[in-house]
Design a protein around this ligand. Structure first.
Ligand code: SF4
Length: 172
């Protein structure tokens, strides 16, 4: 697939949200942000800040992607748990893809803090196509005037937009 990367590139978190829930992606992209109202998100952020603090050297590129760690060999991403494994993997693959466009090739490592384990991620040709397809879909979703319909997912109760999506349906 031939894409114009410069035209389609997004924030790393938007790639992650696309894989979590397209509605969440749309709401975030329209700057309807409610993350700070969610304790789970706050706890995750604190854990994220504390974890690997000695090794961490955050690097921001184009104000779009924020790499938790980068060395001569790898790019590291810190996650509190593996609950969103596929979305986390795609976020890191997107970083590897992004860096490749800048002629930088690295291996990825996801550090799952609570589980104290690390997973290696390699960007294959197939993954590159997957990233490109996702970028096209993200553009499509974000171009819509209204958000994708809500769909109850196991993740919903922990999502910062839960009240926004299910107001009136929340159990007492
Ligand atoms: S609450 Fe559920 S449907 Fe609503 S944005 Fe979050 S994950 Fe998506």
């Amino acid at each position: 697939m031939d894409i114009n990367f410069d035209d389609l590139k997004v924030q790393g978190i938007q790639m992650q949200y696309y894989y979590v829930c397209p509605r969440k992606l749309w709401l975030f992209s329209k700057q309807i942000t409610m993350e700070h109202t969610n304790d789970q998100v706050l706890q995750g952020k604190i854990l994220h800040e504390q974890a690997y603090s000695r090794e961490k050297k955050e690097v921001s590129i184009d104000n779009l992607i924020k790499l938790d760690m980068i060395s001569d060999d790898y790019v590291g991403e810190v996650k509190s748990s593996s609950r969103m494994m596929e979305a986390d993997r795609m976020q890191l693959l997107y970083y590897l893809y992004y860096l490749k466009q800048l002629k930088i090739e690295r291996t990825g490592k996801i550090h799952y803090v609570k589980e104290r384990r690390t997973e290696e991620v390699y960007l294959t040709t197939e993954d590159e196509k997957k990233v490109e397809k996702a970028l096209v879909k993200i553009r499509e979703i974000n171009s819509c005037e209204s958000p994708p319909s809500k769909k109850r997912l196991p993740y919903c109760p922990k999502c910062a937009y839960y009240l926004f999506c299910f107001v009136g349906e929340v159990e007492e």
